[in-house]
Design a protein around this ligand. Structure first.
Ligand code: PLP
Length: 402
């Protein structure tokens, strides 16, 4: 074929996902028989809890194999309302909830329903790779907020200083991918107050909601009073906190009007997430005892790994990493290593890949050149092997700090 495919301007402007590029490099090495340690994946290594699988089967047996309403089964939406009431004391209404095919579609729906070409969207750095790409797709402009001076924790003052007449939306993500930082609830509330006072909307990606390590606590913006929630869209997901990445289910919690606009958009794209998956998730959200026990057991295992892994990373010569508050990523500052041999953190990542078969994600894709993201959603054996290999490659300082 000789024709060059005329990719649309919308898509041509979007970049491929850097997290998927690292995973593809790992897969290729593995296919060539190399024993690769892949710390690039943003996916739980746990299987979906058995009782949720049984609920899906129950849904199939009940004949839930047909279309549902575009916003999702009433039962699913009611279960989200009930779950947020029981877990967080949130007072949300049925018509403020819509089902989506994962957190990613929830974010996409929310942004596309709000943004016009030329709008400015505030995105704190470091950010999840998809945020600026969705903004680009909408022909809006990403305006980045530097947060390193506050240890990568966004503050209301930083938001206030960044808002202009063109600002339409702020995107936040706490617990954060890639930094592992959690914005304290009081600061989150202040951030929304600053935005609401200037008519700026807030999209909050709560996909790691329950992965907050004490003293950090799970906190949802769905708990804000109605006058603030009017400006907020919560993008929720079952992928990470319930180990259900492949099921493709998430939801939005937003004002009735914002929800209606998102549902209109979704009615012409995915329509709705899989019917019996919605059924299973509704059952799981009502079965809070089993669901929260599963979430707690996964969270405490991530915490155990983090408590071993982060000090061990800090012992590698040139690596600097503070203890994450949430999610399952260690965000390592390698700027001390840059100079003649390594010009960028991508060079460090490449050497790790080629010389000790350890795959991580370069920070540049997250707006943080000079950093590397290590996922600890993998076994302790893998983490130990990675540390051994990195110690041999770069050397150890003999000092473990966190
Ligand atoms: C911050 C963040 N938001 C959203 C997603 C996507 O979640 P989902 O699988 O629900 O689409 C991810 C996945 O890596 C993520 O890290």
């Amino acid at each position: 074929m000789s024709n060059v495919f005329p990719v649309s301007d919308h898509v041509a402007r979007m970049k491929g996902s850097s997290t998927l590029i690292a995973a593809a490099a790992a897969a290729e090495m593995r296919a060539n028989g190399i024993d690769v340690i892949d710390l690039s994946v943003g996916e739980p290594d746990f299987d979906t809890p058995e009782f949720i699988k049984r609920y899906a089967w129950e849904g199939l047996e009940k004949g839930l194999t047909k279309y549902t309403a575009t916003a999702g089964l009433i039962d699913f939406r009611n279960a989200v309302v009930g779950f947020y009431a029981s877990q967080f004391g949130a007072e949300i209404e049925l018509n403020e909830v819509a089902a989506s095919c994962g957190g990613k579609q929830a974010l996409f729906n929310a942004a596309c329903a709000l943004l016009n070409p030329g709008d400015d969207v505030l995105i704190p750095k470091p950010y999840w790779v998809t945020f600026p790409e969705i903004v680009t797709f909408c022909r809006a402009n990403s305006v980045f907020i530097e947060t390193e001076q506050t240890d990568f924790i966004l503050t209301a003052d930083q938001v206030a200083d960044s808002i202009t007449d063109r600002t339409k939306l702020l995107i936040i993500n706490s617990p954060n991918n890639p930094s592992g930082r959690v914005i304290p609830p009081d600061e989150m509330r202040k951030i929304v107050e600053v935005c609401a006072a200037r008519g700026v909307y807030v999209m909050t990606d709560e996909c790691y909601l329950f992965f907050a390590y004490p003293p950090a606590e799970p906190f949802s913006l769905a708990t804000l009073p109605e006058e603030l929630r009017e400006f907020v869209c919560v993008a929720g997901s079952f992928s990470k906190t319930y180990a259900m990445t492949g099921w493709r289910i998430g939801y939005t919690i937003a004002s009735e009007q914002w929800t209606k606009a998102m549902v209109r958009l979704q009615s012409h794209s995915a329509t709705h997430p899989t019917s019996f998956v919605q059924y299973a998730c509704a059952k799981a959200l009502r079965d809070t005892e089993n669901t929260m026990a599963a979430v707690e057991s996964m969270t405490s295992e991530y915490e155990r790994r983090k408590n071993w892994f982060v000090p061990a990373l800090n012992e590698i010569r040139g690596f600097k990493c503070s203890m994450p508050d949430g999610a399952f990523y260690a965000f390592v500052d390698v700027r001390e290593m840059l100079g003649e041999t390594f010009k960028t953190s991508a060079d460090v990542a490449n050497v790790m890949l080629n010389e000790c078969y350890t795959v991580v994600t370069d920070g540049a894709g997250f707006g943080a050149d000079g950093f590397l993201r290590f996922s600890y959603a993998t076994s302790m054996d893998n983490l130990r092997t990675a540390i051994d290999r990195l110690g041999n490659l770069f050397g150890r300082t003999g000092v473990q700090t966190a």
